[in-house]
Design a protein around this ligand. Structure first.
Ligand SMILES: *[C@@H]1O[C@H](CO)[C@@H](O)[C@H](O)[C@H]1NC(C)=O
Ligand SMILES: *[C@@H]1O[C@H](CO)[C@@H](O)[C@H](O)[C@H]1NC(C)=O
Ligand SMILES: *[C@@H]1O[C@H](CO)[C@@H](O)[C@H](O)[C@H]1NC(C)=O
Length: 321
């Protein structure tokens, strides 16, 4: 609440309006927030291993629950739409999550849509329209390609392993980790709680040798497969873009019994705090649907997730045509 009568200083910032109250003391800075955020999650082509797909694309329900648990609503961003449709949707939502998966980051429809939204987000943020993007696993890999313009990933032995994060010096002052409780940061750095399920990684070496990536992203944590040191968490310097090679959503919402899956209290807490952070970023965006009906029709509540069994990577999936 920023009642204008009480405001003694109004500063227009990158994010919108910052203001301070005169009464009562103490003086709290406050940022105008959108407490009804809606976040898009990008769908992708079905997995080849899926025996019963019910459409041409899917979103794993764990990503939806992850964001919902932190106070957001979700809209599916379906593949194979026109650029105009994507632009209209971009102007209706408050952030975008690029999930994990296994499609081609150069040739898939997932990659095509990701590029359209990425370009729109760069333009929006340059014009002080705060629009956050989060990439998880495949989403992380997609973001490295979008920024560098090429695929510079390398194969690592990181399929089904839970690792503790090796934080960089920059982590402490990062937007992402600054908001995490101290005991959680301690757990993240000492316990094996970040789930890794990827064959490809951005090595520290290739990051360092790539000017575009190095000037765009700040490294917050790294990991190693015993051979190659790779980036596990990064955030952009000038844009509200975040990428994790690990899977925060799985700790709380996927139950396949497999190495690398951890459901301990600190693992679940790590899951929640990452979502909480990103949803708070989305609260700083004020895009909205043109009408209530358009919003209603776009929300994921119009779809029913299919239960795929507990013994597969994604226990519930939403399918789309
Ligand atoms: C999606 O788009 C691609 C390329 O534009 C096309 O090859 C494919 O057939 C489309 N799929 C569907 C189901 O429309
Ligand atoms: C660096 O990127 C190239 C592709 O441009 C890839 O072939 C190579 O394996 C990568 N090397 C490392 C150490 O990541
Ligand atoms: C825990 O992480 C360490 C790396 O810090 C790794 O060497 C070890 O294999 C991991 N343990 C498990 C059970 O994944």
């Amino acid at each position: 609440m920023c009642s204008s009568a009480l405001v003694f200083s109004v500063v227009t910032s990158f994010t919108g309006v910052l203001c301070c109250f005169l009464l009562p003391q103490p003086v709290y800075p406050c940022i105008r927030l959108n407490n009804r955020p809606i976040i898009g999650i990008l769908a992708q082509e079905n997995q080849k291993s899926d025996p019963h797909p019910q459409g041409i694309s899917y979103i794993a329900a764990s990503y939806v629950k992850h964001l919902e648990a932190a106070g957001a609503r979700v809209v599916p961003v379906r593949i194979n739409r026109t650029e105009d449709e994507y632009e209209k949707l971009f102007n209706s939502i408050n952030g975008l999550l690029l999930p994990g998966g296994e499609v081609d980051i150069e040739r898939s429809q997932f990659a095509r849509a990701a590029k359209i939204f990425y370009d729109l987000a760069i333009k929006a943020n340059d014009e002080s329209d705060y629009f956050p993007i989060w990439g998880t696993c495949l989403g992380f890999e997609q973001l490295t390609l979008l920024t560098s313009g090429k695929n510079i990933l390398t194969v690592t032995k990181t399929e089904g392993v839970a690792l503790p994060l090796t934080f960089t010096q920059a982590a402490k002052e990062s937007r992402l980790f600054k908001t995490f409780p101290k005991d959680l940061l301690q757990a993240l750095s000492t316990e094996n709680i970040t789930a890794n399920y990827h064959d490809w990684s951005l090595s520290l070496q290739n990051y360092t040798n790539n000017n575009k990536l190095q000037s765009f992203y700040k490294i917050l944590s790294t990991n190693t497969d015993g051979h190659t040191e790779f980036i596990s968490t990064m955030e952009a310097y000038k844009y509200p873009f975040y990428a994790v090679q690990w899977h925060p959503e799985r700790n709380a919402f996927e139950w396949v019994q497999k190495t690398g899956m951890v459901h301990s209290p600190s693992a679940v807490k790590a899951s929640f705090y990452t979502a909480d952070f990103f949803v708070n970023e989305a609260r700083r965006n004020f895009h909205h649907f043109a009408t209530k009906t358009e919003e209603e029709d776009a929300l994921i509540y119009n779809y029913c997730p299919a239960f795929k069994g507990q013994d597969v990577a994604f226990l519930q999936k939403y399918y789309f045509d």
